[in-house]
Design a protein around this ligand. Structure first.
Ligand code: NAD
Ligand code: ISE
Length: 337
């Protein structure tokens, strides 16, 4: 079966996912597009081999009988409406992070999915598909470093767009570290605190850059997330888990380290597309394969909800300077592992 995919939002990541569905992966085909910027959708459709139907609005695309599965890659605040419409239509949905920008909307999605009786939503937390993060998780699982006590995570972006706000550092950027913490350690996050180092002269507007987000987990692991989004030099993702008997760290992205002329050098990825290129491929191939098999795997609506709840605690901590506890509703059985 070839899965016919409809894509809502054909901006930066939408186009990149369309490229991989069209040219890199197998078993999927993009048949329909929609974007509030209709000219953008038309332009992307015209570049697709065989074209694609352009719909004026997302709900029309979801209702289109030729669309088997929906990919939501529009702006975060618009995700909930489209995910809910996809669920109402009984169609599988791949939704880029965040699942929704409020906990209330995440819970509406969970309620709709649970009442349908089966998982249909996969959230775009692509770090779970990255080779280095998967190797790190395997080391934790085999007990090589003993029980984890701390996780140091660093998330550095060269720059951010103008619409990026002070809260975006948590809701848009650190949300990946939040998800990967829950996944690596296999437990929920229970509290968040934000510390503010001296503000970089490169930070504009009300952005406080860099930040340190401190997370506490249910078992007491302490996680420090460095969020720095104006570093200029490249896209740099670090991670090290400290265990009772050893440590395990991500390597530097699998590139080549050159030693010559009295110096050593390697490549720093330019952005998330380069650093997580292969992870996005694996993520979407697993989504297409699951849709074709009539199943749903990967980060769930529950994971999307938990990440938004922790991000909410983080933004409150950023504003108040307080340590903010995270409280989650009871997890429905549908999301048992
Ligand atoms: P973008 O601004 O480049 O693209 C978003 C597109 O959505 C634009 O073309 C815009 O016109 C369209 N759009 C906005 N509102 C719409 C609506 N109501 N209906 C239909 N289309 C609409 O943004 P982007 O960087 O591609 O980000 C899109 C989403 O992907 C965001 O949620 C972002 O957080 C997420 N993202 C995830 C990653 C990752 O690493 N997983 C990386 C980048 C972006
Ligand atoms: C972007 O939306 C992403 O999701 C990237 O992975 C992240 O590094 C970046 O900070 C976000 O703006």
């Amino acid at each position: 079966m070839t899965v016919a995919v409809g894509v809502i939002g054909v901006g930066m990541i939408g186009e990149d996912h369309i490229r991989r569905l069209t040219r890199v992966l197998s078993g999927g085909r993009v048949v329909a597009l929609s974007d509030v910027d209709a000219s953008r959708a038309e332009a992307v459709a015209s570049r697709l081999p065989g074209g694609a139907t352009v719909h004026a609005a997302g709900p029309d695309l979801i209702a289109d009988g030729q669309v088997d599965a929906v990919m939501v890659t529009s702006w975060g605040p618009t995700h909930a409406e489209y995910v809910l419409a996809g669920l109402a239509a009984g169609k599988p949905v791949f939704c880029e992070k965040p699942l929704a920008t409020t906990q209330e909307d995440c819970l509406r999605i969970i309620e709709a999915e649970v009442s349908g009786g089966r998982r249909l939503v996969q959230v775009g937390f692509m770090r779970r598909y990255d080779g280095a993060y998967r190797a790190l998780k395997a080391v934790l699982a085999d007990g090589t470093i003993g029980a984890p006590t701390m996780f140091h995570s660093a998330h550095r972006n060269p720059s951010v767009p103008d619409y990026y706000t002070a809260d975006s550092a948590i809701t848009d950027t650190a949300v990946h570290d939040i998800d990967v913490t829950r996944w690596l350690l296999d437990e929920e996050i229970t509290a968040a605190t934000v510390l503010k180092p001296r503000r970089s002269s490169r930070a504009a507007g009300d952005l406080h850059d860099p930040l340190v987000l401190l997370l506490e987990t249910a078992s007491g692991v302490l996680v420090d997330v460095e969020i720095a989004v104006t570093v200029g030099y490249g896209y740099d993702i670090r991670g090290e888990v400290v265990g009772e008997t050893g440590t395990a760290a991500l390597d530097d992205g699998g590139g080549v380290l050159v030693r010559a002329a009295g110096a050593h050098s390697g490549r720093v990825p330019v952005d998330w597309r380069e650093r997580f290129l292969r992870a996005y491929d694996v993520e979407l191939q697993e989504w297409i394969d699951a849709v074709a098999a009539g199943t749903c795997t990967g980060p769930s609506s529950w994971d999307g909800y938990a990440a938004t709840a922790v991000a909410d605690a983080g933004t409150q901590a950023l504003r108040t300077g307080d340590r903010v506890p995270v409280s989650l509703v009871d997890r429905p059985d549908l999301y048992d592992k």
